[in-house]
Structure formats: C-alpha cells, structure tokens
Design a protein around this ligand. Structure first.
Ligand code: ACO
Length: 395
C-alpha cells in the first residue's frame, strides 16, 4: 500500500527493527545492546563494546574473534594491514603535484577507506583503519613521518600514540576510550541510515562505511564539534556570552552542540562526556605533568598543561551552555532544545589536544562499530530501501 503523505526528514518514520540500540528521546536514555550508555562508557573498553555490537550479526567464520581480547588483537592486526597502504597515499593527502594543497581530514579518510582491499572481516578492517588513517594523514599534513601501529595496544591508546609519536597517559587513554564507546552506536541517525541504505543494495561493508562517513561530515550531524570549539573561542574573545549567543540566533544561525531530532531532553551522552572531561582534568592535575611529550606540537602537551587547558575550557563551556540553553528557550519557547553529544565532544577532544579539524574523523572511529553492525543487521533481513517521492512538478 502506498502512503501518499510526504514526511520531510522522515520524522517519526520507523524504517527498521534493531537489536543494537534504543534512543528514548522523551526520557533522555540510550540503551546499547541492553545496557544504558552510562554503564558502558568508562567501564567496558571499546573493543568489548564493538564485540557486543557485532555479536550474532557479523558473518560466522571459524577465525572470527569471539572475546574482547580476540577483538582487540584482530583490530591490532587490521591496523597493521591498513598502515601498509599509508605510504602509497601520503602524496595524494599532502597534495603533491596538485594545486589544491593538502586534503582535509575527512576527504583524506575517505581516500584511505576507498583504497582498502575488501577481504574477510571488512567490519574489523574499516573500524581499525580509521584511527590509522586519521593519525598518519594528520602527521602527513604537518610534515611528520607516520607512526606505525602497535597491534598490542588498545585502539584508543594506539590512536593517540600514532597521532602524537608518544604514548598517552592512562587517563588520556581512558578518556578517549570512553568517548569511542559513547559514540559507537545511536539508533537510526543520518549516517547509520545511510549505511543501511547502501547495505540494502548489497554493496558491502566498505562502501556503506564510506557513504556513512559522507553523511556524518555535515554540520547538522558529526561535523558539529569543530564549530562548537569555534563558538567557545568566539564567545571567549567577545567577553559577553549572552550578547554573542543572542546575536547568532538573531542572525538566524544555529548554536552548534544544541538540539536533536529525537531527544526532547538533554542528550545523555553529553553528561557522560562532561564527566570524562572532569575525570581527565582531575587525573592530570594529580599526575603533575611531564608524561605527555609528543612531536606534533598542537596535538600533544604535558599533563599539567592539559589539566589547566581542560579546566579553563570546561568552565567556559559550562558558562556558555547555561547561557545558550536560556537563549534557546527564549528563542523557541515551544520547542525544548537541549545540549547534545557534540558540545562536550568538542571539550573532551580538545582536552586531549586533538586538533578540531580531526573531530569528525575521531567520531567516525567510534561510530564505525555501530555502522558495520547495522550493515550486518540490514543484510540479514534485507529488503532494498526504496521509498517514494511525491511528484509536484508540471504534468
Ligand atoms: N540553534 C538554534 N535553533 C535551533 C537549534 C540550534 N542548535 N536546533 C534547533 N533549532 C530550532 C531551529 O530554529 C528549527 O527551526 P526551523 O525549522 O525554523 O529552522 C527548529 O528548532 C527545529 O527543531 P527540531 O525539530 O527539534 O530540530 P531538527 O530535528 O530539525 O534539527 C539538529 C536537529 C539538526 C541537530 C538541530 O538541532 C541543529 O541544527 N543543531 C545544531 C547542530 C548540531 O549540534 N548538530 C549535532 C547533532 S548531534 C549528532 O548528530 C551526533
């Protein structure tokens, strides 16, 4: 039967059943494979959450990893496989021979993913390759040699090591790991839906992940956290948060890091990440500094420097958040617009001294686990996703 009523933005349309997550927009609750996100972040490492997401959905094979330790080892081996093609791509990323200059992070990541050879476990390959490409291509843009992965490390620690050229502190590893878990899966968001559309054509895992990354890039989705940091910088410079935010809204611009299609209350991930920033700050303050040496300047810093930086940024963020919520309530009295995941994503990744140009790609490093799980779920009960449009042109 054809429903001829158009639904812009597919608001309220249910397009799939899933065992992966429930996003309760009224209660502000996110359940990932049966567990509230607050129970997972900081408690289960990313490889365990990836294992749970893939469990029962990834194609069965005798050598498929079954435990978190096996997933961690498989991701490590896949990082090494991805790194093997980095050398061949560095010229293109640096813009050698072309007039356009170096490729920004997301286009460079797309190039990396598109250059992977599809093989056995493409979900593991894609998930492992993203941090490798993000780190190696960032170093390429900075004129530094890439750092080979250490397959024995966990994905968060190895990403920071590959990016900075020096191992992170335990607190930094824990903070990034909690971030990757927090963003790993979130229902039928735009990029996940994109992945499922591509999967429904039987294009396979890698094309679905590349397409999902394209959807993630936009500022209404995973492209928001870089602009959140720009906003915090601009507010600090203006010296008057209330006036700056009011001027933005009066000009018809959206405040980045606020609002959500599903959540009518605060996005639960915002508080998870805010707590991680505070933890990182407390740990680094106790450590007293000195363990964060790196060769990437802007992407590495001492723990003491990190603590001061995270602390002042967190205080500013809290003040801006309060003002923004008040301004949004006055701007749209009938619509509850609250803080979303991207607001404290920006504060956390900045506290880890990750350059804002990489934020969307780091988001993808966590979300790849969810995207690929959805690809398998789609493939298992596939029906080509093919909605209709309502013709309103001349006849
Ligand atoms: N700033 C100002 N106004 C806003 C904002 C905001 N952040 N968010 C919603 N509104 C207003 C708009 O004026 C919009 O009205 P319009 O239709 O006249 O333009 C109205 O509220 C829409 O409200 P919703 O239906 O609740 O929001 P929608 O589902 O259309 O958009 C979105 C959700 C895209 C996230 C939006 O809130 C937004 O643009 N936020 C800023 C960007 C951002 O933070 N993106 C990250 C989202 S989280 C993620 O994807 C991982």
């Amino acid at each position: 039967m054809t429903d001829t009523k158009t639904q812009p933005g597919l608001d309220g349309v249910v397009v799939a059943q899933t065992v992966l997550s429930e996003v309760d927009g009224e209660a502000g609750r996110l359940i990932v494979r049966g567990h509230p996100i607050e129970e997972l972040a900081g408690a289960a490492p990313f490889e365990e959450v990836a294992r749970r997401l893939w469990e029962g959905l990834a194609p069965a094979s005798p050598d498929a990893p079954r435990t978190a330790a096996e997933v961690r080892a498989a991701l490590g081996q896949a990082r090494a496989a991805a790194f093997a093609i980095v050398a061949a791509l560095r010229g293109a990323v640096a813009g050698d021979g072309g007039s356009g200059g170096a490729l920004p992070a997301v286009p460079a990541l797309r190039l990396g993913l598109a250059s992977l050879r599809s093989g056995g476990a493409d979900h593991i390959l894609a998930t492992a390759a993203i941090p490798v490409f993000v780190a190696a291509f960032e170093r390429t843009r900075r004129g530094l040699p890439p750092v080979a992965p250490d397959p024995a490390l966990g994905p968060a620690a190895d990403f920071l090591r590959m990016l900075r050229g020096a191992p992170p502190s335990g607190a930094q590893e824990a903070a990034l790991d909690a971030y990757l878990v927090t963003v790993a899966e979130h229902g039928m968001n735009a990029s996940t839906f994109t992945a499922r559309v591509v999967a429904s054509t039987r294009a396979g895992v890698l094309p679905a992940v590349i397409a999902a990354l394209c959807a993630l890039e936009g500022p209404l989705h995973g492209g928001a956290p870089g602009p959140v940091l720009d906003m915090l910088d601009a507010v600090r410079q203006s010296g008057d948060a209330r006036a700056w935010l009011a001027a933005e809204l009066a000009a018809g611009r959206r405040l980045m890091g606020f609002g959500h299609r599903i959540y009518r209350v605060r996005d639960p991930r915002a508080d998870v990440l805010k707590a991680e920033v505070a933890k990182l700050r407390a740990h680094t303050r106790e450590a007293g500094g000195g363990t964060g040496a790196s060769d990437t300047g802007g992407t590495g810093a001492s723990d003491a420097g990190d603590s001061g930086h995270a602390g002042s940024r967190l205080a500013l963020a809290e003040a801006v958040e309060r003002e923004a919520l008040a301004a949004l309530a006055a701007h749209r009295p009938g619509r509850r617009i609250d803080t979303n995941v991207e607001f404290y994503t920006a504060v956390l990744l900045d506290a880890l001294r990750i350059d804002r140009g990489l934020f969307t790609s780091v988001f993808a490093a966590g979300r790849a686990a969810g995207w690929t799980a959805h690809v398998f779920e789609q493939e298992r009960a596939n029906r080509l996703i093919r909605p209709q449009s309502e013709y309103v042109g001349p006849r």
